[in-house]
Design a protein around this ligand. Structure first.
Ligand SMILES: C[S@@+](CC[C@H](N)C(=O)[O-])C[C@H]1O[C@@H](n2cnc3c(N)ncnc32)[C@H](O)[C@@H]1O
Length: 299
């Protein structure tokens, strides 16, 4: 770990975590995750065997993984507020919100606090996630947790939602193409979609020296994200290494448009366009936020 600079040594040979690794370390409680690592490593190693599975989904992971992920955002209220700002710039009103791949619901609960009025639907294909989410939200009135697959949402949801959120989900999906088709279908014509995903370069050479990607991105992706995105026949196999540039290329080539990109607090903007659809894109320290806006009279 010291040799790769994932852990550093000070002048008196004390070990410390370098500042550059802290965004990712702070993003998940690794002390809770450590007991899972042995179990998950064995599962991941099986995928390398000739006759082994190609991957595994969340419903095949230890149920504690869902709890760890649910606890990883120290302040989900602030995260939701950060997500909300650009959405409210372009949206007249929010009456229906969809949290896709909601896990045990930490973002859904924060959404409910921030938006007590709208109907919030939160879906995940993993039974354990939905059961945990339900047990944590007994006093939350406007969130419906449902077991659904992102790639085949209910037919009755066509053009139902003002805002669709995929928080740390897109790079996990074995079938991102059909998932984004479904997002497009369930969004109202003037709806907005936000995608929060790891901020890693697709050209892996460009990640050299990024301890955060090496120490946190690799560990989580190898055991969780990559196996999940390999968990069905014909799966995409992306994981965290898919990277922001390739993700953006996929989105734009399938008809979505990048409206702008910015780091929260440090704005960079690009403006490629297609009719009708726009994406606002926010790379954060470890997570990107990409916001697609179907907003016909957007300037
Ligand atoms: C990294 S977790 C993020 C969970 C939650 N959004 C959060 O931030 O805590 C990814 C989630 O996506 C869900 N997921 C993966 N593939 C899915 C699919 N095809 N349909 C619905 N949910 C899916 C997993 O079960 C898991 O809960």
């Amino acid at each position: 770990m010291v040799a790769t600079r994932i852990v550093s040594l000070d002048d008196s040979d004390l070990y410390y975590i370098p500042e550059t690794l802290k965004p990712g370390i702070n993003g998940i409680d690794f002390s809770l995750f450590l007991p899972m690592v042995g179990m998950m490593t064995n599962k991941a190693m099986n995928c390398f065997k000739k006759d082994g599975p190609e991957g595994y989904g969340y419903d095949e992971m230890p149920p504690e993984v869902i709890d760890i992920l649910d606890a990883r955002t120290a302040d989900p209220d602030t995260t939701v507020k950060a997500l909300t700002v650009p959405v409210m710039e372009h949206t007249r009103s929010l009456t229906t919100i969809l949290d896709l791949g909601c896990g045990a619901g930490h973002i859904s609960r924060a959404l409910s606090k921030c938006f007590p009025g709208p109907d919030i639907y939160a879906v995940d294909y993993c039974e354990v996630a939905i059961t945990k989410a339900l047990s944590k939200t007994q006093d939350v009135k406007n969130v419906k947790f449902l077991k659904e697959n992102v790639t085949s949402l209910p037919a009755a949801w066509t053009r139902k939602f003002d805002w669709v959120i995929l928080y740390d989900v897109l790079h996990d999906l074995p079938d991102h193409v059909n998932a984004m088709k479904e997002v497009d279908r369930v969004l109202k014509n003037d709806g907005v979609a936000s995608i929060v995903d790891p901020d890693v370069h697709s050209k892996h050479r460009d990640n050299i020296g990024n301890n955060n990607v090496a120490g946190v991105g690799f560990a989580l992706s190898a055991l969780i994200c990559l196996p999940c995105s390999l968990s069905t026949d014909g799966a995409s196999g992306h994981g965290v290494g898919w990277g922001s540039e390739n993700k953006e290329q996929f989105l734009t080539s399938s008809g979505w448009r990048v409206k702008d990109k910015r780091n929260i607090g440090d704005t960079k903007i690009v403006l490629p366009y297609r009719h009708g659809s726009r994406i606002v894109y926010y790379p954060d320290t470890f997570l990107d936020i990409i916001i697609q806006i179907n907003w016909t009279d957007f300037p």
